[in-house]
Design a protein. Structure first.
Length: 154
């Protein structure tokens, strides 16, 4: 059984999102389907098809979130910054691009690559976990290897 690491905040947000999908969005979609049905012939009713597709998508999202919440393991964020851990904010130097980047290491449900919040299971996250300031890690990425030097852990 898979285990999903989450912060307490991430868990609370996932439960809130699940509740919204189940209680609010599901009801809105059912209402749209009923409205579309009232327009007559369903075989050529694009509004009905769109609502049914949205319903299927919403049900998949509910199922996925239920599974993650059920299998969540809440990880307490540690104040120990001697090594990279779940919840760490890590400043690294990308050796190849000669630039500094700041990543926050979280679980898969809280990851947001556009905000540099990465999963502990991502290539970068997995390479950084357990390492210390001054360490250079090799990241095994799909397009090849690259190196990051850890400058700061917060």
């Amino acid at each position: 059984m898979a285990e999903f690491l989450m912060s307490q905040q991430g868990y609370d947000e996932a439960v809130k999102e699940l509740e919204y999908l189940q209680k609010v969005k599901r009801a809105e979609i059912v209402q749209r389907i009923a409205e579309a049905r009232s327009h007559g012939d369903l075989s050529e009713n694009a509004e009905y098809d769109a609502a049914r597709n949205e319903q299927a998508s919403n049900e998949r999202a509910i199922e996925e979130l239920e599974y993650k919440v059920k299998n969540a393991r809440i990880v307490e964020e540690s104040a120990d910054n001697s090594a990279v851990h779940f919840g760490s904010r890590v400043t690294v130097h990308d050796v190849d691009f000669n630039e500094d980047v700041v990543y926050t290491i979280m679980g898969t449900t809280e990851a947001d690559p556009m905000e540099n919040i990465i999963s502990n299971e991502s290539p970068v996250g997995a390479a950084l976990i357990g390492k210390k300031v001054g360490d250079t890690v090799t990241v095994q990425a799909p397009n090849g290897e690259y190196q990051l030097r850890i400058l700061r852990i917060e």
